[in-house]
Design a protein around this ligand. Structure first.
Ligand code: NAD
Length: 302
């Protein structure tokens, strides 16, 4: 029985839940928790009705923290969302308080599975989870720059007319304004990206990837489908014991923080982080992203 407990039944959480019941995912049981109990109950009922049309039977209910005892994955997407003009880092104090209350509840259960974090500011909330839960480092996964990587692949795919599955390009660093694209590692099929696009196109794509969330939030108030699908893919990678690579946020000892970095994911959680060989200027940009995260970590009281 593969069991997921989802805490935070807002746009992001429910987009993830809908992806789980829609696809071929191996989830057998899904429990919804929200501070707004009616919301969790209503969402569970709505999903149950949808699940009668889905391919696999999934047990779905609104629950409480005792459901965490035997959960394999707890996904946390609770907390405040960005408003127009706000950066992800503006959310910190409110979401820190939310996480303190949620993780103290989980700590009273027998949960020994994998944390999957979606709440922003993502790298900070992943680190907060690691410290508050005392869970092993390989069991605390933040969505990191998986969404940004998906956006990058979509944009390159549109530009080049090549399927995103053959685009091996990644966004790493902070899930936020200092994230970077290590172009020196980007491969299209078998060829280096430099065979396809020039520097000014690369700069425009980086700008567009970084601005994606701002643009969507300005138009529809939130972003949800992209992250919902990324969380579902990470969940599948765990249950399928897949050894797939994702740019999740994980604790990287060298940097003493959680940050978007390519890691191999399987049933144990994070199997390993992949060593990167970056150019000098990419190293400098990545250090700047680490610095952005650490400056915030030094200011907050976990
Ligand atoms: P939302 O406001 O729609 O939903 C948040 C939910 O959390 C609400 O249902 C609320 O009742 C619940 N909640 C608040 N405090 C809680 C608590 N203590 N316990 C349980 N539930 C609680 O917000 P959203 O649009 O779903 O966004 C959620 C988070 O995900 C935000 O921080 C947002 O910035 C982030 N996000 C991350 C990514 C990513 O790539 N990681 C992408 C989009 C959004």
């Amino acid at each position: 029985m593969n069991k997921v407990v989802l805490i935070g039944c807002g746009n992001v959480g429910m987009s993830y839940a809908y992806c789980l019941i829609n696809g071929e995912s191996k989830v057998d049981e899904l429990v919804l928790i929200d501070v707004n109990k009616d919301k969790a109950e209503g969402e569970a009922l709505d999903l149950l009705h949808a699940s009668s049309c889905s391919k696999r039977k999934i047990k779905i209910k609104a629950g409480n923290y005792t459901d965490c005892d035997d959960a394999d994955i707890i996904c946390i997407s609770a907390g405040r969302n960005q408003e127009v003009g706000e950066t992800r880092l503006d959310l910190i104090e409110k979401n820190l308080a939310v996480f303190k209350s949620i993780i103290s509840e989980i700590n009273q259960t027998n949960f020994s599975g994998i944390y999957l974090i979606a709440t922003n500011p993502l790298d900070i909330m992943t680190y907060v989870t690691l410290r508050l839960s005392n869970a092993p480092e390989n069991k605390v996964i933040g969505s990191g720059t998986t969404l940004d990587t998906a956006r990058l692949r979509y944009m390159l795919s549109e530009q080049l007319g090549i399927n995103p599955k053959n685009i091996h390009a990644y966004v790493i660093g902070e899930h936020g304004d200092s994230e970077i694209i290590p172009w020196s590692n980007a491969i299209i099929g078998l060829n280096p990206i430099d065979n396809y696009i020039n520097k000014s196109t690369k700069n425009k794509i980086l700008k567009d990837v970084r601005n994606s969330a701002y643009e969507i939030i300005k138009k529809k108030g939130n972003t949800a489908y992209g992250i919902g699908m990324c969380l579902k893919n990470i969940t599948d990678a765990i249950f399928d014991d897949s050894n797939l690579i994702f740019t999740i946020a994980s604790y990287i000892n060298k940097y003493k923080c959680c940050i978007g970095y390519p890691c191999v994911i399987n049933r144990t959680g994070i199997k390993t982080a992949i060593d990167l060989s970056l150019t000098d200027s990419e190293k400098e940009d990545f250090s700047n992203s680490v610095k952005t995260i650490k400056e915030i970590l030094n200011k907050i009281k976990i």
